[in-house]
Design a protein. Sequence first.
Length: 277
Amino acid sequence: MCAASIMIAMAAACVRELSFQFSTFQLVFFRSMVGVIILAPWMMRMAVQGRLRTSRMPMYLLRTSLSYTGMVCVFYGLSFMPIGEVYSLLFLVPMITIVLAVVILKERAGSHAWVACGVAFIGALVILRPGIIAFNLAAAAVLITAITYAATNICIKSLSRTDTPVQITVYGNLLALPLAFFPTIFVWKTPSFSDLPWILGLGLLQMLAGLFHAYSVRAADARVVQPFNFLRLPVSVLIAYLLFSELPTPWTWLGAGLIFVSSYYVLFKEGEVKKRN
């Protein structure tokens, strides 16, 4: 999980560097294209073996649409907001997932979960400080990302009941490429050779981060993984400072701490409930 956090932070730096020359849509296309190229040998082998068959294509299309929307929004946010603020707000994803699970999957959430959601919401307000600083489009985009990523988690939870994690990963990358390609046609700008390391880094780092994250979640309890997930913030802050001389405000640290503590509290309480059952 430490490796995944470091790679996600490094990928954010690639997005910021490339955003000075390319549109958000083209950045998402670069990320999807590199991911598909890297995964192509595994995709072809799975297709030959018949391991890509599924009866859940509508759910895959919904999941891909949500994740694509989230990626466009977070890349836009990384282009215009301090990197530390972006990742602080994305810590809201577990809390939003709880709300969506109750509404969509009809799951039950205890009082501790709703209290934690309230604390996380306060943390988001501390970071954004509406009425004190201007609430801009980039901040709205990051909040949309948190919602779409949470909805994506619900889709993955549904898909995992019938399909394997490998199928979910392959279809997620395969279906995203044509979706990312269409809007890129209208804003295409040919990259130079000096851009290629950043483009390759963006696609490779995000793909490897997803892979390492999946393995860590499967191998360890969520209560163990979540604290390492918080490493994204200090690592991204360090990289943003070294490359762009960018530092988050004390309000960002405070808000991120509130969101993280509330997320970990929910995981801790859920673990206690599972032990009793």
